[in-house]
Design a protein around this ligand. Structure first.
Ligand SMILES: N[C@@H](CCC(=O)N[C@@H](CS)C(=O)NCC(=O)O)C(=O)O
Length: 344
């Protein structure tokens, strides 16, 4: 087993020397087990350390010593989110994310917060009255409040978050990287995201769009109760939503929808610039965390229809790498609303 597996897992931060030393300590057999345990990350994180070892001891032929080594290895190097404890929470000002659980702009901010491992409360906004964001005088979500201050607009919110909480930076390490990250994030907001909205307006496969609209309405209703007649008419309401038309009309609508998705998939891959993360960077940035929920939302929510992006192995591999740095549920809906598995 080579170190490349661990690199592929997105754990760029793992010093190679530590890896090598640990790999030497651990027998080949337990290395394989370590790999399988990574593949069952969710199981790993939700079972206590001793239970994991006992289970593997009983079900595999490996020695207990080897299993202890493998488990330590995983605990040390699994860079995934650890739940924030109550005492940790008091270290932070109160952070609230106001929005719709189905809005890609809100999901961007959700992923920025989740990557930074900041404890926050998601406050669902009523799509008609918007009373929850009345304090801000804004029509649009996301709105983020930190203590007494607030900001709207997903990209400036990301920059603000990085200024306020510089740990786990998302804007690179120098001005050149920051410029690249913001340029790609701009492409996400003006190209990738509007193209995803296009399907909701220009019904390519009507029955798929209607069913998808109902799935989204159910997720909205779960977050904030909306009347049945609104839920039933959701696909048609979305189709008429003025703000969606304003966003989508900025695209070149002469380009057929599926050609547009193929082109954007190519562009996403070219933004990787050979790196594990967008902009050719070694760690995920605001750009990855903006694009990822837009690519993965339809898949996780079980939306119907083709997902051109996930037909590209390069994009699936990138999704895997980004996901390694996020909790298993990177969205803002409860776990039981996820119809499909994350890529691990
Ligand atoms: N540029 C904004 C766009 C936000 C946006 O368009 N939000 C939509 C939800 S997906 C919204 O609140 N629309 C309601 C409206 O415009 O009335 C951002 O990046 O946050």
């Amino acid at each position: 087993m080579s170190l490349s597996y661990f690199r592929m897992s997105g754990m760029k931060a793992v010093p190679a020397l530590y890896c090598r030393t640990l790999l030497e300590i651990i027998s080949d057999n337990s290395c394989e087990l370590a790999v399988s345990m990574f593949q069952f990350k969710s199981w790993c994180r939700h079972h206590p350390f001793s239970a994991k070892i006992n289970y593997l001891y009983q079900t595999s032929g490996a020695s207990k010593r080897a299993l202890v080594c493998a488990s330590i290895f995983i605990h040390v190097f699994d860079t995934k989110e650890m739940p924030v404890s109550q005492s940790d929470k008091s270290k932070y000002p109160e952070i609230k994310l106001y929005g719709y659980p189905t809005s890609p702009f809100v999901l961007k901010t959700g992923c920025h917060l989740k990557y930074k491992q900041l404890p926050f409360e998601f406050v669902p906004v009523h799509p008609v009255t918007r009373e929850q964001i009345a304090f801000s005088n804004q029509r649009q979500v996301p709105v983020l409040s930190i203590g007494d201050e607030w900001k709207n607009d997903s990209s400036p919110i990301g920059v603000w978050l990085d200024e306020r909480f510089p740990e786990r930076p998302i804007l690179g390490t120098n001005d050149v990287e920051k410029e690249t990250i913001l340029r790609i994030d701009g492409w996400v907001s003006t190209s990738l995201l509007p193209a995803r909205f296009r399907a909701a307006l220009h019904w390519d496969k009507s029955w798929d769009t209607i069913r998808n609209g109902w799935l989204l309405a159910a997720a909205m209703n779960n977050a904030i109760s909306i009347p049945l007649y609104l839920r039933v008419s959701w696909p048609w309401l979305i189709k008429r939503a003025g703000f969606l038309h304003r966003i989508v009309n900025k695209l070149d609508l002469n380009e057929p929808l599926w050609d547009m998705h193929e082109r954007l998939a190519d562009e996403l891959i070219s933004h990787l610039a050979g790196g594990p993360f967008l902009g050719g960077l070694p760690t995920p940035s605001l750009a990855d965390l903006s694009a990822y929920p837009i690519i993965i939302f339809a898949h996780l929510m079980g939306l119907h229809g083709r997902n051109v992006y996930l037909e590209r192995p390069e994009i699936v591999d990138w999704c895997r790498r980004v996901q390694t740095h996020l909790p298993d549920n990177p969205l803002l809906v409860p776990d039981d609303y996820l119809k499909r598995q994350i890529f691990t």
